[in-house]
Design a protein around this ligand. Sequence first.
Ligand SMILES: [Zn+2]
Length: 460
Amino acid sequence: MSLHASFTRHIYWPLVQRLKGEYAARALKELSESQWMSRDELISKQWKLLRRTVNKAAREVPYYRKMYSRIGWDFDNPAFSYKDFLSLPKTEKKDVRDHLSEFLNPNYSGRITQGSTSGSTGESLTLYYSGEHESYSEAARWRAKDWWDIQPGSPQVAIWGRPYTGGRDRLSQKVKSYCMNSLIFSAFDIRADSIKGIWGRICHFKPHIIYAYPSAIFPLAEFIQQNRLSADKLGIKVIMITAESCSSDQRLLIEEMFGCKTANEYGCSETGGFVYECPHRSWHISSELTFIEFLDQDGNPVSPGDRGEIFLTHLRNDYMPLIRYRVGDIGSSLSGTCGCGRGLPLMEISVAKESDRILLKNGESYMSGDFLYVNKAVMEAYPRSILQFRVTQKSVDLFEVEVVPGAGSVGSAEELFEKLMKKQFGANIKVCFKRLSNIKRDPSGKLRYFVSEVNRGHTS
Ligand SMILES: [Zn+2]
């Protein structure tokens, strides 16, 4: 371990934790042990935490007290059953937005951190986290990094997030990231004219891990390929990708060019990451932090392997508990165990946000990932003619495709794009194109290739 890594791990990180009133190091020790418990032991631990969360919220948090009174919840039955739990009302984003103050526990006296969602679905949401939430969330992320032999202090490059807002912000970020042995780039910095410089700084820094949005790391992989460079000597152990869906082709190229595996982090902006991919390619739920439900349209749990909408209950936030909160993604729980030997439950994601689904006039719906296949076919026919694209569904039969033209026949590429879209979604749809010099990222720095403006009848 280098001196810098040792300073970060043994001095800076514990000091920051202590100053913030958090205890991620202690939580990490606990989670590092509990991951090896049997599935039954972990479920029993999770159920205890779930009962604690619900009982406390029912008694002390005004919103839940009111909602649970309405359904005749038995407040004197702390050992409620799973069936009882399923009778509890679900929580929607609009409930939190409209009743924010009622979601806060007036009896809570510990440390509070304020956060907000990115607003990528149209509107930002204010949230508050307890010290326990922050400690366990950070610990769960470090535990997942440890699966790849990455510990606090390991040199890390992060490419994500908002652009810096000012000089002071930039300086404080620089000092903090230096002390954490990290090099941080904003996803907004990944541009054709800056990528060479960024690659040079990464080579000099020699990270053991890169943490990035797929749309931020993929252009770097393309840059390495096009310039016949090599990342082999950097010694990168893993590239952790987060926040956006990544096609298997993109993933393959990233892994080939960087000479290491990619691992997914899955979560939501309301609570942060809580599912991590292990070296055996399984997605493990951090069950000591979260209780995840997969429900059908009537709100009934689906069987393992079947798709359901994801609802989560965070188990570590006494100040602002979210119980049965609609995340908006579709996924499945998986039975069976993972070859890595960890008892943590398994799941998979079928498609990103429900708002990423394509809804058509005839009521059919498709996954937005279909556009990646359309784009792939176009790229094969007209290489590098479209550098970037984003489809906005304006209505059930109108699509606007923004493209950043590259070399070659853009007009023919657009024609093929339209033809393939009509083949997939029906000849009656209308497609219009808009050529741009670049496609703007969301305020959070995420780059989405599909945006739906179709009204779905509920806010998610
Ligand atoms: Zn595993």
